[in-house]
Design a binder for this molecule. Structure first.
Ligand SMILES: *Cc1c(COP(=O)(O)O)cnc(C)c1O
Length: 408
């Protein structure tokens, strides 16, 4: 990661910029495929499904790619469900895991035939009242496992809005039994990074323990938490170690059951983060008394992770990979504090150079906005050595299209 890429998926960055302009998000399909393959091979000895958490990157071309690679889909809104169906997933390949949505939206998802995941007791009660045992349902549990990670992303803590607390299981059982409900899955997604397989296994153990109360269980879903390395010295989840330990436990658990349960995961950023690069052009190099700023033609409106989560994205100069390294603070063009990286060592930056922001595949374009009335970027997919535009750059007409003009 220390040297600047001049190629993405075998296509030169120059060519990508000629095709799509800047700023542009570029995704390498081969990286996504190899991440899917790595998971499949690590968990090959157990019955397993990977439901791609599509809020990370939702372009239809990416969804179709995932479908061709054999993943299912984890969705968090009815709109994502529709996009999954539009991309060719069948309802049974889609899991709907919403939080704080209207019951009306849950009914729409039931009507579409996707798997439903419920994370609130009152909603579970209402679901049982409405559907009895005619529609199976999965329950999202909060095991209060804190495996580390960013506190703004973590969802496993005691006062999290996500999931039904493991301490409320007796209440859940009472609801499920009194309404004769068909509970087909148990789910946990703590939002924490799995850095320690043993901490994760503790959570898994809690789910296996309560699983014995649900005879009709078909799957246990462990959510995500697969951490990817952003900085060169970051630790990422040791997938193979986790898989070996969990698989052993799953084999033992399934030996006790009449019908084996499937294990589901919902990786989002693990599958797409490293596959994505944001390319942006340097508008201005500005020397102040203390700092040299490199100002690019993008900002927190297109990649909000640095400002929102203090996330690190490696930045390199694709136009001058052999230049002398110097120290720059890379900033965006938005009229707010809009910093991508402080005091970064980058090969000499000249106005007009193209900078590459690494690990931008997840929560990049999907969190982009039109702040400052800026147009959202184009997206390009590199597949089999060929670059294709998968989203054109917005125009001002797109932005104005939803406004309603009135007489004043
Ligand atoms: C966001 C989300 C994921 C994916 O998380 P990543 O950190 O991107 O892997 C998985 N499951 C649920 C329910 C989510 O909300």
């Amino acid at each position: 990661m220390s040297t600047a890429p001049s190629l993405i998926g075998g296509v030169s960055i120059d060519e990508i910029c000629r095709l799509a302009g800047t700023p542009t998000y570029v995704y390498d399909a081969a990286v996504i495929a190899s991440n899917v393959q790595r998971l499949k091979s690590a968990f090959r000895t157990i019955p397993v499904r990977f439901m791609y958490a599509c809020k990370a990157l939702t372009n239809t071309a990416i969804l179709r790619l995932m479908h061709s690679l054999g993943t299912g889909l984890d969705t968090v809104s009815i709109e994502e469900v529709h996009r999954g169906l539009h991309a060719g997933f069948t309802p049974s390949q889609i899991l709907f895991t919403p939080n704080m949505i209207s019951f009306e939206e849950i009914k729409q998802a039931v009507a579409l035939g996707v798997h439903i995941n419920i994370d609130t007791i009152s909603v579970l009660e209402r679901f049982g009242h409405e559907y009895g045992n005619s529609v199976p349902v999965c329950i999202r549990i909060n095991p209060h496992i804190m495996a580390g990670g960013n506190e703004r992303i973590s969802t496993g803590h005691i006062d999290s809005k996500f999931g039904i607390s493991i301490h409320q299981m007796r209440h859940v059982l009472r609801v499920a039994q009194s309404q004769n409900m068909h509970i087909n899955g148990l789910h946990m997604h703590t939002g924490s990074d799995i850095l320690d397989a043993d901490v994760f296994l503790q959570g898994a153990e809690m789910l296996f323990e309560i699983a014995s109360d649900f005879p009709a269980l078909e799957f246990v879903d462990f959510g995500s938490g697969f951490k990817v390395a952003y900085k060169p010295d970051d630790i990422s989840t040791d997938i193979e170690d986790l898989a070996a330990k969990l698989s052993e436990r799953v084999h033992a658990f399934n030996a006790t059951r009449f019908a084996p349960i499937e294990i589901w995961f919902e990786p989002g950023k693990f599958l797409v983060s490293e596959a994505g690069t944001l390319l942006a052009r340097v508008n201005v190099v500005k020397q102040t008394t203390a700092t040299v700023f490199a100002g690019v033609d993008t900002g927190l409106n297109h990649l909000i992770r640095p400002m929102l989560y203090n996330a690190y994205h490696h930045i390199s100069n694709a136009s001058n990979p052999m230049g002398t390294p110097r120290v720059y603070t890379v900033v965006g063009y938005i009229c707010e504090t809009d910093t991508f990286g402080w005091d970064r060592k980058i090969t000499e930056i000249r106005e007009g150079d193209v900078l590459a922001f690494s690990n931008a595949g997840a929560y990049g374009i999907t969190m982009a906005s039109n702040y400052n009335s800026r147009l959202r970027p184009a997206e390009v997919l590199i597949h089999n050595g060929k670059a294709s535009l998968i989203r054109r750059r917005e125009t001002l007409i797109d932005i104005l299209a939803t406004e309603v003009e009135i007489e004043l």
